[in-house]
Every structure is written in structure tokens, then in C-alpha cells.
Ligand binder design. Structure first.
Ligand SMILES: Nc1ncnc2c1ncn2[C@@H]1O[C@H](COP(=O)(O)OP(=O)(O)OP(=O)(O)O)[C@@H](O)[C@H]1O
Ligand SMILES: [Mg+2]
Length: 201
């Protein structure tokens, strides 16, 4: 697509909006907590307004008062949503406390224009890892031990092995490889990389 022209920009915008619309429909029908999409007309997407218990616009997760128990509960709910999303092949790609609203039932995920197709994107595992790390990092303000969790890698390993289901139990730990390291192969790889670097200079 040609960039910098009005046509290029219009196309980019349309692709961008349709990625968000596609992702919203796919996720809503899979039971992920996202705003219900109503209609997309001439580039304007109309969706449900997420509200709090009093009917006011729901606050962002970042603006909600949390304690350890609530943080643990929200973290578990959001991991569940990430897994549900991945089970239908979608990775948010910009998940953080700023793109999550909190309604009376808990977290609702918003802002999906950069959603990634898990099966076809070369950056899928990086995006998933980043989304999950953002969550662990935010919630570790209330639950410090979450900072060392490895949920992203655990979820991705299950997905790649074709074993991920919405009910997959998770514990945030990934076993370290048990096979002995082939030190000669590692040294050989380093030597090759060094030679390649020398050739470039
Ligand atoms: N469905 C919704 N219901 C209620 N509020 C919403 C909804 N969608 C978005 N918002 C509000 O609008 C803000 C911006 O939405 P969003 O994150 O989708 O866009 P953005 O491109 O990231 O915009 P910004 O750069 O202003 O954050 C959200 O932080 C939230 O407060
Ligand atoms: Mg946003």
C-alpha cells in the first residue's frame, strides 16, 4: 500500500478499523468481555458504552482502587480472557491497564485496532508475551510475586503444542529445560556469529 497519499492513508485507516471490527465480533462471539459491536458505517464503529454500577462511563483499570485480593481476582480474570482470545486466534497486541475498563462485573477489554492474528503473525509470541507481562507488571504493584510469573510463556507453549483450551490450568511457571547443554554447539554458534560480524566490517 502506498504511504503518504490521501488514498494510502484512507486505505490504512480502513484496514485498521476493519481489524478492530473483525476482532471485536470474533471475540464477542467467543464470550470474551469486550464492548458489544453494533455497527460500522463509513469508518465509524458504534459499540456498547461500558458503564459502572451507577451507569457512568466505566473507569480504566489504571484509575480503579485495588487491594491484593481484588488485584489477584482481576489478574486471574484477565489471564482467562487472554486465553479465550488466543483460543480463537486473536492476540490483543496493546493490552495494558489503559485499555481495560472495569464495569460492575469486572474487567472489559477495549482498543483492538492492532489485534494480531496468532496463527499468521511472525510477532505473535512477542505480542502475547508483552500483553501478559504488562498485566503481571501492573498487578505486581498489589501482588509483588506476580513480577516473577511466566504466564506468557506458559500460555504460548500450550498454544503451540495445540493443547490450549479455555479451561487449561495455569500456574505461571515454566520448567527449565532438562537436557544437558551442548557446549560445543553453543561455542560453534558464537564463532559463526563472530565470523559473520567480521565479514560485515
Ligand atoms: N466502549 C467503551 N465504553 C466506555 N468508554 C470507552 C469505550 N471505548 C473507549 N472508551 C474510553 O475512551 C478511551 C480511549 O479509548 P481507546 O483506548 O479505545 O482509544 P485510544 O486510541 O487508545 O485513545 P487514547 O489515545 O485517547 O487513549 C478509553 O480509555 C475509555 O476511557
Ligand atoms: Mg487506548
Amino acid at each position: 500500500m502506498e504511504k503518504g497519499t490521501r488514498y494510502g492513508r484512507k486505505m490504512a485507516e480502513e484496514v485498521w478499523q476493519s481489524a478492530e471490527v473483525d476482532a471485536l465480533y470474533r471475540l464477542a462471539s467467543a464470550g470474551v468481555r469486550v464492548p458489544t459491536p453494533y455497527i460500522c458505517f463509513e469508518g465509524v464503529l458504534l459499540m456498547e458504552l461500558v458503564t459502572d454500577a451507577d451507569g457512568n462511563v466505566a473507569p480504566r483499570l489504571n484509575d480503579v482502587e485495588l487491594n491484593r485480593d481484588r488485584a489477584l481476582a482481576f489478574h486471574a480474570m484477565l489471564l482467562q480472557q487472554v486465553v479465550l482470545m488466543l483460543c480463537v486466534g486473536v492476540i490483543h497486541g496493546d493490552l495494558s491497564e489503559y485499555n481495560i475498563l472495569v464495569d460492575a462485573q469486572g474487567p472489559v477489554i477495549i482498543d483492538l485496532p492492532q489485534a494480531v492474528n496468532a496463527a499468521s503473525s511472525s510477532v505473535a509470541s512477542t505480542m502475547l508475551e508483552r500483553d501478559v507481562t504488562n498485566l503481571s507488571h501492573f498487578f505486581s504493584n498489589f501482588v509483588p510475586e506476580l513480577v516473577n510469573s511466566q504466564y506468557g510463556e506458559e500460555i504460548w507453549n500450550l498454544y503451540q503444542a495445540g493443547l490450549l483450551t479455555p479451561d487449561s490450568p495455569l500456574n505461571g511457571r515454566v520448567a527449565a529445560p532438562t537436557e544437558p547443554v551442548d557446549i560445543h554447539a553453543v561455542i560453534h554458534e558464537i564463532e559463526l556469529a563472530r565470523q559473520e560480524e567480521d565479514q560485515r566490517i
